[in-house]
Design a protein around this ligand. Structure first.
Ligand SMILES: [Zn+2]
Length: 331
């Protein structure tokens, strides 16, 4: 049997594992769409490299907790390495970096300060925060309108006084402890935060795989083994880029009756169709019906132009998959 990703001929014993069109970490659905034509090596590679990122280090992954697909104690913090950067957006600690972590005491995911040091600016009078490996030298602070003479000029979060003194003295800055400020440990009230998530190639590949899997599920391996799918296949399996974007992200909802901003139905959506040129195949994927990813599965397809137009809604609440009348990409 030929694997649809590495395109190697392998014995049936290399196809033991089941590949899920929608990764299991985003829900197990009734009559789930699964594949038996992805070899175990590719299946493992995807699990260890793409799906783990999609689940633990994207906004979509974080929504699993918000929409209770996962319980808080299953949350795994990636700390500083994360693609998600959180900054506190209100109150005394505005501008400070934070990360999310499971709190056993509170049995929920809480926001905690990343180790950092803030310096008070003169105008406007607010703190600018730096992670410990990015602390500027005193010269920079002197030249850039920081108010170092103010008794509250410097504040440190997530580190003890001695460490703060040491880190600062290396940059020629004197630090004198005056008292505790700001963010308390185990803060219980809600804090408004600004969240920025980096959507990089790994995330695009993970999403593209969902689209590719979906088309394989409906059209079969023979159709997808056509060379027109090679750019998408190599991007997903090996991260090889094409000379055109294989996956882009936007805000427009896939379903025609839903708003760009505001409430949408809760579930994942996948659609596939011919593009407006009628010889390219495009898929739209949205996890939790948030951002919409557009995946170019084949360009200038030279095989059989069969009807592939299709769409499904994966209902996160009742775990049922609903057949959609897909919105046409042909305007
Ligand atoms: Zn393979």
């Amino acid at each position: 049997m030929k694997c649809i990703y590495c395109v190697e001929d392998k014995p049936l014993t290399s196809f033991i594992k089941t590949e899920h069109v929608m990764p299991q970490s985003f829900g197990l659905f009734t009559n789930n769409f699964t594949l038996k034509i992805v070899c175990d090596d590719c299946n493992k590679y995807f699990g260890d490299n793409l799906e783990i990122t999609m689940a633990r280090d994207t906004l979509e992954g974080a929504y699993r907790f918000k929409f209770e697909l996962k319980s808080p104690n299953e949350f795994k913090s990636l700390g500083k390495k994360s693609r998600i950067i959180i900054k506190i957006a209100e109150g005394e600690c505005r501008g400070a970096y934070a990360y999310r972590e499971y709190s056993q005491d509170q049995n929920e995911i809480v926001v905690k300060p990343v180790p950092q040091i803030g310096f008070l600016k003169k105008q406007p009078s607010e703190y600018e925060y730096y992670l410990l490996d990015q602390i500027p030298k005193k010269d920079y602070l002197d030249k850039n309108e920081f108010d170092l003479k103010n008794p509250r000029a410097i504040r440190a979060f997530g580190i003890d006084v001695n460490t703060a003194c040491k880190v600062l003295s290396e940059k020629g800055i004197k630090f004198e402890y005056k008292g505790e400020a700001g963010l308390r440990e185990n803060q219980r009230e809600d804090l408004f935060c600004e969240v920025n998530a980096l959507i990089d190639t790994t995330v695009f590949r993970a999403i593209s795989k969902i689209a590719f899997n979906y088309l394989v599920y409906w059209e079969g391996a023979d159709f997808l083994l056509h060379q027109s799918f090679d750019p998408a296949r190599k991007f997903i399996r090996y991260g090889e880029k094409a000379d055109y974007p294989l996956c882009v992200v936007g805000n427009n909802p896939i379903l025609g009756d839903e708003p760009v901003e505001g409430n949408r139905r809760l579930g994942h959506i996948i659609t596939v169709n011919w593009a407006s040129d009628k010889i390219s195949i495009v898929s739209q994927v949205s996890i939790f019906n948030g951002a919409t990813y557009c995946v170019s599965l084949a360009r200038n397809f030279s095989g059989n132009l069969q009807n592939i137009r299709r769409g499904h809604f994966f209902n996160v609440n009742n775990k049922k998959i609903l057949d959609l009348e897909a919105r046409s990409l042909i305007q």
